[in-house]
Ligand binder design. Structure first.
Ligand code: RIB
Ligand code: CA
Length: 308
């Protein structure tokens, strides 16, 4: 079993990532924390609560965190994820609410209690993680690994230079990349190849209520369709990395986050030439796409059998 703590902003691809988590018995989810990102914190938290119950994640605590970026204006992606944040997916209203307290305290205390055992998986803006690092710098030592969906060494999406999670809070991203750990970075360079094509959707369709209520309506309503004719399910790549890192080719690099550039704010400026410096990031540069979908669809099939 591998212990994971998921910080997210559901979000259609966050939801598909949580479905991968729920369909992976080898993962022990110690908690879900939410952050404002794709949509406002109230909605990302409501979506996380609905997903927890719909996906059978039972007693996993859901703790809300930061609603906005550390310094600057709030960036949202409602045009991609829809007004609710889950596109056309409509889940049963959850019976249980969030845990008391703040996500930052949950993250710090979970890592303090179990040093070296918990993998942090961040698939939204990094505001909660940055505040956790500032509140208790030892989280960098206590985390088993930090895996993020974010950034890119080739191109942006929400701006020409910046990927959404980084652009949504560049100062937070700069703090996280400068904290002293080696960030496992699943950037657009690989996540844009994880496309739910029509063939993939056909393999999802027979998966009962998991497909009918979540997978298919969510994937079909994702507001950005790639050249391959489907949505890239970015966040699921971070979970896939935790499950099967061998699916990815990774290269060490030095990453700095631009916070000032008029056109480049939020850009993950990547130097693969270490020049005797210690790498602060391990960047995914390639993905075994066939193997990725075998993993994801296999997990969804197992989950669907449980959900009926
Ligand atoms: O750029 C893709 C990322 O931004 C994903 O995490 C998606 O959910 C959005 O938050
Ligand atoms: Ca996300």
């Amino acid at each position: 079993m591998k212990k994971v703590l998921i910080d997210c902003d559901p979000g259609i691809d966050d939801a598909l990532a949580l479905a991968l988590v729920a369909g992976s018995p080898s993962l022990d989810v110690v908690g879900i924390t939410t952050v404002g990102g794709n949509v406002d914190l109230e909605l990302t938290t409501a979506n996380a609560l609905a997903l927890r119950e719909f996906l059978g994640l039972g007693e996993v605590p859901v703790t809300p965190g930061s609603g906005g970026a550390l310094l600057h204006r709030t960036v949202r992606a409602g045009h991609v994820h829809g007004a609710t944040g889950l596109g056309d997916a409509v889940l049963p209203v959850p019976e249980r609410g969030p845990s008391p307290g703040h996500a930052v305290d949950f993250i710090v205390e979970a890592l303090r209690a179990d040093p070296g055992e918990i993998t942090l998986v961040a698939v939204g803006p990094l505001t909660n993680l940055a505040l956790a690092v500032r509140k208790e710098p030892r989280v960098v030592e206590w985390a088993r690994e930090l895996v993020i969906m974010g950034g890119s060494y080739t191109r942006g999406n929400h701006s020409p230079a910046a990927e959404f999670n980084m652009l949504a809070d560049p100062e937070a991203a700069a703090i996280v990349f400068g904290a002293g750990w080696t960030v496992r970075m699943l950037g657009l360079d690989v996540t844009l190849t994880a496309v739910a094509t029509s063939d993939v959707l056909e393999r999802m369709r027979p998966l009962g209520r998991l497909a009918d209520r979540l997978l298919v309506p969510a994937a079909r309503s994702y507001g950005v369709v790639t050249a391959e004719g489907g949505p890239a399910i970015h966040d699921a790549c971070a979970v896939a990395y935790v499950l099967e890192p061998s699916l990815f080719t990774c290269v060490p690099a030095v990453v700095n986050v631009e916070t000032a550039g008029a056109y480049t704010r939020g850009m993950t400026v990547t130097d693969f030439n270490l020049r005797d410096r210690r790498a602060n990031a391990l960047l995914a540069t390639a993905l075994d796409v066939k193997g990725f979908w075998e993993l994801v669809l296999g997990a969804y099939e197992g989950l669907a059998a449980r959900l009926g």
